[in-house]
Design a protein around this ligand. Structure first.
Ligand code: AMP
Ligand code: ZN
Length: 132
């Protein structure tokens, strides 16, 4: 499959590896947009959270937690932003499941929260549509 993150997981394309175990990999994002930007991926190909099985998801989130704890314990950070786009409609550009990890320090001035336009529908209307 012609997937850049599968190739990175297989060692066919180089990456700056931060952490690796049998099923997951964390490496530096090449965007150069914010210090410490990393991507956590499952080594097996899944498009995103919608087709990922629960065991893989569990392993990936444990890896995200492990790296986050490492950042806090040993690298001088005290928080993380975790970002994920699942689906083209959500802005996903690489169709291999990944969680962005952005290490944070108090007062670092990074704004990692999207600026939304404001809700178009009344809260109750959306809530009734999406509640399980
Ligand atoms: P998304 O828009 O959520 O799908 O994010 C895809 C991310 O992958 C972007 O932040 C890119 O900078 C990053 N990216 C694409 N190709 C590579 C690569 N070869 N190595 C590291 N990061 C990459
Ligand atoms: Zn892939």
């Amino acid at each position: 499959m012609d997937c850049i993150f599968c190739k990175i997981a297989a060692g066919e394309v180089p990456c700056k590896k931060v952490y690796e175990d049998a099923h997951t990999l964390v490496f530096m994002d090449i965007a150069g947009d914010v210090d410490g930007h990393m991507l956590a991926i499952p080594k097996r190909h899944f498009m995103n959270i919608l087709d990922c099985d629960e065991e893989t998801l569990h392993g990936l989130m444990c890896t995200v937690k492990h790296v986050s704890e490492h950042l806090a314990a040993h690298c001088g950070y005290d928080g993380v932003n975790l970002l994920n786009a699942s689906g083209e409609s959500a802005g996903q550009s690489v169709p291999h499941f990944h969680v962005h990890i952005i290490p944070r320090k108090t007062g670092d001035g990074i704004d990692a929260w999207p600026v939304f336009d404001g809700a178009k529908l009344p809260l109750d209307e959306t809530w009734k549509k999406i509640r399980i």
